[in-house]
Design a protein around this ligand. Structure first.
Ligand SMILES: O=C(O)[C@H](O)[C@@H](O)[C@H](O)[C@H](O)COP(=O)(O)O
Length: 223
């Protein structure tokens, strides 16, 4: 767990609070350099936060979007994380394609696709948005999977238990090197896993992201 105390907010405020957190973190980076990088996750929790983010006034032309993970499906597929981010953020903000570095889930050679993405990633990501599954996975790093122990590669192609199984993911060293990481969790179904993660159960991939600020709704916090 992060040294920072978890933030617990009412369910109706979670998306806005998360967006504002990301907005502040981007502004902090942009105060020090010309461009900032923001890496985004998929799943059901982030979409409302991305919509809120798209309403924030920021120098968006100086922000580059990256991905935390992607499913090996075409970019217009409903399971594509790019598709989610396109609809909720890229489209509404009319970001230029030159600012959006998507993981190429349509590639047949998954290993080559992961290596190519690794080459495009900045040395250090400025802002990273993560989610946690009920099994404690984060990004596409699943409990007990060898990819979780990866120390040298920054991006891997993996086969996970969550459908669709073929995925590309940032690895733990990449997440741990990032400047600002938000772990966003919602819903009573995550309550038990949240408790284990707060207890630093290192079997849970999400608990290993020790640089993350946790933000959850009252249901996930069991309040
Ligand atoms: O593409 C993905 O599957 C994600 O990046 C994944 O790591 C997600 O963040 C968690 O599974 C939580 O997802 P939910 O918000 O849907 O519970």
């Amino acid at each position: 767990m992060s040294a920072l105390p978890p933030r617990v907010v009412p369910p109706e405020s979670l998306a806005r609070e998360a967006a504002e957190w990301m907005g502040r973190a981007l502004q902090t980076s942009l105060a020090m350099k010309r461009r900032a990088s923001l890496a985004l996750s998929g799943g059901s929790t982030p979409a409302p936060a991305y919509r809120e983010l798209s309403r924030l006034t920021l120098p968006w032309e100086r922000v580059d979007l990256y991905f935390v993970d992607e499913r090996f499906v075409p970019p217009d597929h409903p399971d594509s994380n790019y598709h989610l981010v396109e609809e909720a953020l890229v489209g509404p903000l009319r970001l230029s394609p030159s600012q959006v570095f998507r993981m190429e889930g349509e590639r047949e050679d998954r290993e080559a696709a992961a290596k190519d993405y690794e080459a495009r990633l900045p040395d250090v990501l400025d802002v990273v948005l993560l989610g946690m599954g009920e099994d404690g996975h984060t990004a596409s790093l699943f409990p007990g999977h060898p990819a979780l122990e990866e120390q040298s590669r920054r991006v891997l192609s993996v086969v996970g238990p969550k459908p669709p199984p073929w995925r590309m993911t940032l690895t733990m060293p990449t997440l741990l090197a990032a400047n600002a990481v938000l772990m966003l969790v919602a819903g009573a179904g995550k309550r038990k896993t949240v408790q284990r993660a707060l207890g630093r159960d290192s079997a849970l991939p999400a608990a290993r992201v020790t640089n993350a600020q946790w933000m959850m709704d009252t249901a996930a916090a069991g309040r």
